[in-house]
Write a protein that binds this ligand. Sequence first.
Ligand code: PXP
Length: 237
Amino acid sequence: MARLSVNINKIALIRNSRKGNLPDLVKAAKDCEAFGAEGITVHPRPDERHVRYSDIPALKQVVATEFNIEGNPTEAFLELVLKYKPTQCTLVPDAPDVLTSDQGWDTIGQKALLTDVVARLQEKGIRVSIFVDAEERHVEGAKAVGADRIEFYTGNYAAMFPKNPSLAVDAHTRCARLANEIGIGINAGHDLNLDNLRYYNEQVEGLLEVSIGHALITDALYFGLQNTIQMYLRQLR
Ligand code: PXP
């Protein structure tokens, strides 16, 4: 059964729009878990417009489910992750000024870098997931660099879903089959929402975890955080 990891970046974004600590990110993480979240994801970007590097120690102390830190493995990022040892680190090839992650790794062209980073993280007992587009060569590439999991970039799936769900998910279904065959775990994320999540979960065999932020926090404005998390969980059951 796929686990729901709630990405709390957007909660930090609201906090950062004023001085002070409202909403309280650490409380929000604990509450998400109390409301049913099976993991907490953060993506501290270099400009710290969402979660800040300085948020990580307190979050690490309170997160009782699975703590997932995402990001581009710069030395500063790696230092942070190696120090605070989350359950999982998701490597994402996003440029410093990107609005949001919008593509996966070139696991073949970046093989040397990824092999080194994966080994450094695993040495500390951190599970490593590599963000990839749903392309067979990049699934194989992620396995070749020693990653434990892949995270499929689902932005393209979400964009095509309203018009043609089966075409939208086709590459993900095929790549998931390959991932299961070669023995690498499957996560997914980006633009997943209450409309497209159930179908994705049904079609992608062996899906272990989804991380969802933008749509979930938006839905929480209307339904409340507790109801919203329960609604997302129901899509996965
Ligand atoms: N996965 C990765 C690698 C991401 O960068 C993001 C966005 O921070 C997500 C998942 C979650 O995407 P969304 O906010 O669209 O749910």
